[in-house]
Design a binder for this molecule. Structure first.
Ligand code: SAH
Ligand code: SF4
Length: 382
């Protein structure tokens, strides 16, 4: 356990909570906006650096508050530009955050829990079991850490992080309040100003929480489907026994329906060789999703030791994609990124990547730093 200081961590406070904090201190509410900009736009964690805050208030804040991001254990950069941070949270566990640059976008994949209780059969995070929920500060702290490492300040508001996906470790809907607070900070102009269409929550299907989500936010929703019938889904995603497909799709349809025109569900489908990649599965999926406005994202399985699964051949993946495509679906295949630093989907276990590949990565880091003059990136923890 990391020792608690007993101070309020301002990093995870949404605007209303920050205003309430200042009111409680006997200060004006507008201070909330000032402090939030220092924290999220400038990446500042030292009250003395806040030049538009008087000395008396700075001293008062120092006595009762802090701005504490998660501790960065390592930062790695893949040959393909993908970056991975391992950060330690208060419970002592480590979680991972991954940045994926692609086609002018920069997507940050954020963790919501250390480990996961849901034990999907093909997921290495699930295999490690549940460790702890992350606080709102630890969730938004991952965005804060990444943003700082890119040196994003208002002068460079053409930001590196354009999209956030809650697709790291953990089931975000089982850490509901903290995830919602953190997503609100991602979207708030006093936070990171990311559009609601570019913040995506991915769930394995916690039905009551999908309904609750629709009452408090309108972020994009992704469903981890992985099987087109209950019998198979019960095996791959054990949560399906509690919330079977019919209920699950009804909840997703209701959520998407509330968002209005042109918003669609993202359906994630991890392709497992000879398990869920056969033509009959594509046929069933076409039928299952008939009434759901969606786009489908196929994720070829990313292997990990003793998983018992294999990735299908390129031909099998193409065959599956073609069948869905011919039925009129928008289908993409997620390219595997950051494999050399163990940053691909399902490989996130909160560990620093294999040391034997360090030197290769070190060269990649140096190369990237050279390509990006003024880059703040330093190889960490070597
Ligand atoms: N718990 C949430 C979000 C995190 S997982 C969820 O399950 O939706 C992000 C995505 O990666 C999910 O669709 C998950 O099923 C998928 N995934 C997990 N392990 C994988 C693996 N080994 N290979 C490919 N995709 C995997
Ligand atoms: Fe948890 Fe998602 Fe992994 Fe399932 S796929 S075990 S819900 S992190």
């Amino acid at each position: 356990m990391i020792q608690s200081t007993g101070k309020t961590n301002l990093l995870g406070l949404t605007q209303p909570k920050m205003e309430a904090f200042f009111e409680q201190l006997g200060e004006k509410r507008f201070r909330a906006g000032q402090i939030m900009k220092w924290i999220h736009h400038y990446g500042v964690d030292d009250f003395d650096a806040m030049t538009n805050v008087g000395k008396a208030l700075r001293e008062k804040l120092k006595a009762c508050a802090e701005i504490r991001g998660p501790e960065v254990v390592s930062e790695d950069i893949s040959k393909d530009g993908t970056r991975k941070w391992v950060v330690r949270v208060a419970s002592g566990s480590c979680v991972e955050t991954v940045y994926i640059p692609q086609n002018g976008r920069g997507t940050l994949c954020v963790s919501s829990q250390a480990g996961c209780a849901l034990d999907c059969s093909f997921c290495s995070t699930g295999k490690q079991g549940f460790n702890s929920d992350l606080t709102a500060a630890e969730i938004i702290g991952q965005v804060w850490v990444a943003n700082k490492s890119f040196g994003t300040i208002p002068a460079k508001m053409d930001r590196a992080i354009t999209n956030v996906v809650m697709m790291g470790m953990g089931e975000p809907l089982l850490n509901f309040d903290n995830v919602v607070d953190a997503m609100n900070l991602m979207m708030d102009d006093l936070g990171y100003g990311i559009s609601k269409r570019k913040v995506t929550l991915s769930t394995s299907g916690v039905v009551p929480m999908i309904h609750r989500l629709g009452e408090v936010t309108d972020v994009a929703l992704a469903l981890s489907l992985h099987a087109p019938n209950d019998e198979l889904r019960d095996q791959l995603v054990p949560l399906n026994k509690k919330y079977p497909l019919k209920e699950l799709l009804a909840a997703c349809n209701a959520y998407i329906g509330r968002l209005g025109e042109k918003r669609v569900l993202t359906v994630e489908y991890t392709l497992l060789k000879d398990v869920n990649d056969q033509p009959e599965h594509a046929v069933q999926m076409i039928e299952l999703l008939r009434n759901t406005p969606c786009k489908i994202n196929l994720i070829p399985f990313n292997p990990f030791p003793h998983s018992g699964y294999e990735r299908p051949s390129a031909n099998a993946i193409r065959r599956f994609q073609d069948m869905l495509h011919r039925a009129g679906y928008n289908v993409t295949v997620r390219t595997t990124r950051g494999e050399d630093i163990d940053a691909a989907c399902g490989q996130l276990v909160g560990q620093v990547a294999d040391r034997t590949r360090r030197s290769e990565r070190y060269i990649a880091v140096r190369q990237l730093a050279a390509d990006e003059p003024g880059s703040l990136v330093q190889p960490v923890g070597r």
